[in-house]
Design a protein around this ligand. Structure first.
Ligand code: PMP
Length: 351
């Protein structure tokens, strides 16, 4: 007798491992910001909550109009999704036929291989450089006639490294026109190196560049799930075509707009996190760790086979970080007090 079964290839699908949350422990595992909702955002949410018997605007028109005005980009070129992870998936669905190839650095954002395989496309992982950064030359060399999409995560999750303007321009000049480059800028607001370009400028002059941004990190709305893409018009149209109707909910749309209203305050918080990032980075180097330079709200400790042991050691001290066994550990920058506890434990680990 035949039985219903999931797709056979799902057995080989990499698992997305979310950061653990444990009562009473400090979570430095998911690159969230430590501050809770601003009063103005909480108020906008409370007001909007009275209308939740109605469906949200499936086109997120008010949010897209606002983003278009703030970014000086035509609204037709903006698409929103349930976090930028959803937009990653929508992008693969929008540009890839089964068997088409998607290139990304490895290690990079964990969701890339998953969304690629779910869409029946083929992921091509290109190893990072010895300095833990994206190897753009090797990514170029990996392009084949089947390549449709390249994810360039800048800064790269989980290593925090960046590609700078001159290098990125050379890369974009060399990518064939039929290949879409997705600049994933989830951590853009934490970038202080002026040589790391704002990807949106490339979307004004090139028709094969898309930028992905999120409200989850600097804007503090990880729990609400909203992000956006700035894309060439046909790609933005396609992103909206594959979008699951009504999936960006009403509260997320309202909170995103309220957060844009409060951008100054939120970006001040980012500057504080950046200050802490620099302090934590310097302290780890001084303690004897190798830590690549980071432009995001996390640091990367390339501990290789000691990654899991390091994470366990910290867990015993009620600190949750994100190990990638065999590779390294990613630690999110928290409050000053949280970072001090982490640094103390990291120093003890080496003793
Ligand atoms: N891109 C990168 C590089 C990320 O690190 C993340 C979150 N970890 C995302 C996209 C997705 O974020 P969200 O779906 O919350 O917008």
């Amino acid at each position: 007798m035949s039985t219903v079964a999931p797709r056979a290839d799902l057995e080989s699908l990499p698992k997305y491992v979310p950061g653990r949350t444990i009562q009473g422990a400090i979570k430095l595992a998911s690159n969230e910001v430590p501050g809770g909702a601003l009063p103005s955002v909480a108020k906008a949410l409370a007001e909007a909550a009275t209308g939740i018997n109605r469906y949200p605007d499936t086109g997120s028109q008010a949010l897209r109009d606002r983003l278009a005005a703030d970014l000086a980009v035509p609204v037709e070129r903006i698409a929103v999704g349930c976090g930028s992870v959803s937009l990653c998936q929508q992008l693969v669905q929008a540009v890839c036929a089964p068997g088409d190839e998607v290139i990304f650095g490895w290690r990079s954002f964990e969701a890339y291989p998953i969304v690629t395989q779910v869409a029946n496309a083929v992921g091509v992982r290109v190893p990072l450089t010895a300095g833990h950064g994206l190897d753009l030359d090797a990514m170029l060399a990996a392009i084949t006639p089947r390549t449709r999409l390249i994810f360039v995560c800048n800064p790269n999750n989980p290593t925090g490294t960046t590609v700078r303007r001159a290098e990125l321009e050379r890369f974009l000049d060399a990518v064939p026109g039929h290949v879409l480059v997705a600049l994933d800028e989830a951590y853009r607001e934490f970038v202080t190196d002026r040589e790391v370009p704002d990807g949106i400028e490339f979307t004004r002059t090139r028709d094969n560049v898309t930028v992905l941004r999120t409200f989850s990190k600097a804007y503090g709305l990880a729990g609400l799930r909203v992000g956006y893409a700035v894309a060439p018009e046909p790609i933005a149209d396609a992103l909206r075509q594959v979008y699951v109707a009504f999936s960006v909910n009403m509260l997320a749309q309202v909170a995103a707009i309220a957060s844009l209203d409060a951008a100054d305050e939120l970006l001040t918080r980012c500057r504080e996190i950046v200050g802490e990032r620099e302090r934590v980075h310097a302290a780890l180097l001084e303690a004897g760790y190798e830590v690549p330079p980071t432009q995001a709200n996390f640091v990367w400790l390339p501990l290789g086979d000691r990654a899991a042991a390091f994470a366990e050691y910290l867990m015993d001290r009620k600190l949750i970080v994100r190990p990638f066994q065999g590779d390294g550990v990613r630690v999110t920058i928290g409050t000053r007090e949280e970072n001090d506890l982490f640094l103390e434990a990291a120093r003890e680990f080496l003793r």
